[in-house]
Design a protein around this ligand. Structure first.
Ligand code: UD1
Length: 424
């Protein structure tokens, strides 16, 4: 069976939408549960495909995992396997985040190389170098990352780039190492702060959460906890762009607007009226055609690379010309080929794209290449003349809970269509 969305153009989105927990947080928090024997409870989890996949990864090392609505309960046994080889490993990037906790707790790990979005080269050198600094050996063997240590000791670690995944893996190994670890040029994403909060609740000693220097004083053991996932700023921003692109009026709740300061400022520059509700949400109202603004992707607090497709899609229907610079994942500009099918006037040169806004897009069949590109195509389809078929929608289901249901409630018309494969 294959599924696609029929997206009817000409929608104006109006109303209120609730954002649940962040995909890029919950999956790492689930991995952190490996650090403590006993039952950890995580609430406000999004109902997306990646959560049961991560549950399978944890089961493969011996955990019991139950998912009930927005609550995930993980029971970690005293004897864990060091070998994470579930077939789910290859389906999501976050699976690699079991590496740090397994090395921290067991001093060894064999972790199948992760999958995830095809958005460009995703090496693990910084993850491995960090673990080596803590005293482990790390190699890639037969499609797995293999790490071993007699014991882990604190170290000074400088990251070449503030990698989210490397910061998380090193952090989760260092919390159980002997002595003090300093991670410099650490990632500052809100999801890193969320993991730090949970680890501190579990008994870890961490200073500097949310800054580029994390100091970790190793402890002997951690205890299970109950933790609520922070709201998904990328999903929240998707709704903000949806309001701007459809000249709509959306109130978004469940996400901290300060995690989106730069995004909301860009939308103000594009002509939107934006109101932030402290700590809990925001409203975006776009009365006229948006005007073009430039975007540059960078690690947080810069403009997130995950939002680049929405920046391109907004620019495609704005008045004027935008320059969009991609500094994190080079292959993300593949999305532009699909936008061109929809009539966008866009071209790339290296890691820059120039997008000249057109008055209207024109429907066509398009293919989602990753989660965010898929959602970007749906928003573009809402601004196109006619019915746009968006294919490979399983990508969208990995990251957006009830996306079509919410869009239809807010004024869109999108049909999920299941087709039988043709017999040859
Ligand atoms: C996470 C997010 C992803 C987001 C990205 C950047 C998850 C599951 N995914 O991915 O949605 O787009 O952050 O915000 O949380 N790099 C290296 N060597 C390494 C590690 C990374 O060269 O060892 C490079 C990557 O190729 C990339 C850059 O560093 O160019 C950033 O990657 P990183 O921050 O690690 O992204 P992920 O954690 O994989």
């Amino acid at each position: 069976m294959s599924e696609h969305f029929d997206v009817h153009g000409g929608a104006r989105l109006v109303g209120e939408v609730e954002v649940v927990g962040a995909k890029n947080s919950v999956l790492k928090l689930m991995a952190a549960a490996l650090l403590a024997e006993g039952t950890t409870t995580i609430t406000n989890c999004p109902q997306i495909l990646d959560v049961p996949l991560m549950a399978d990864v944890l089961r493969s090392v011996g955990c019991e995992v139950a998912i009930a609505g927005d609550t995930v309960t993980i029971t970690t046994p005293s004897e864990l396997s060091h070998h994470a080889d579930s077939s789910a490993m290859g389906k999501l990037r976050a699976s690699v985040c079991v590496l740090g906790p397994l090395v921290g707790r067991l001093k060894r790990a064999v972790v199948a190389l992760p999958g995830g979005d095809a958005i460009g080269s995703r090496p693990l050198d910084m993850h491995q170098n960090g673990l080596r600094k803590l005293g482990a050996t790390s190699t890639i063997e037969h499609g797995c990352v293999v790490a071993k240590a007699d014991g882990l000791h604190g170290a000074q670690i400088w990251l070449d780039f503030p990698s989210v995944g490397a910061t998380e893996n090193i952090l989760m190994a260092a919390v159980l190492a002997e002595g003090t670890t300093v991670i410099d040029n650490a990632a500052r994403e809100p999801e890193i702060s969320d993991i730090c909060t949970m680890l501190i609740e579990m008994g870890a000693k961490i200073e500097g959460a949310g800054t580029s220097t994390l100091t970790v004083h190793g402890v002997d053991r951690l205890n299970p906890t109950e933790h609520q996932v922070i709201g998904d700023r990328i999903v929240g921003a998707t709704w903000a762009f949806a309001a701007a692109m459809t000249r709509g009026d959306l109130t978004v709740r469940g996400v901290n607007p300060h995690h989106l300061d730069l995004v909301l400022e860009k939308l103000r520059l594009a002509g939107a009226e934006v109101e932030a509700f402290d700590g809990e949400g925001f409203r975006v109202v776009q009365a006229d055609r948006p005007v073009s603004v430039d975007f540059v992707t960078l690690p947080y607090p810069g403009f997130a690379t995950d939002l680049q497709p929405f920046a391109v899609a907004l620019s495609a229907v704005s008045d004027g010309t935008s320059m969009i610079t991609e500094n994190v994942y080079e292959a993300r500009f593949r999305f532009i080929e699909e936008m061109v099918r929809l009539g966008a006037d866009a071209r790339t040169d290296g890691h820059h794209a120039v997008v000249r806004g057109v008055a209207a897009l024109s429907s066509a069949p398009v293919w989602a290449s990753d989660i965010r590109a898929g959602a970007g195509l749906v928003l573009a389809g809402l601004c196109a003349d006619g019915i746009t078929e968006v294919w490979d929608v399983f990508h969208i289901d990995r990251g957006y809970p009830y996306f079509v249901e919410n869009l239809n409630r807010l004024g869109a018309r999108i049909d999920r269509v299941t087709t039988e494969p043709e017999r040859s």
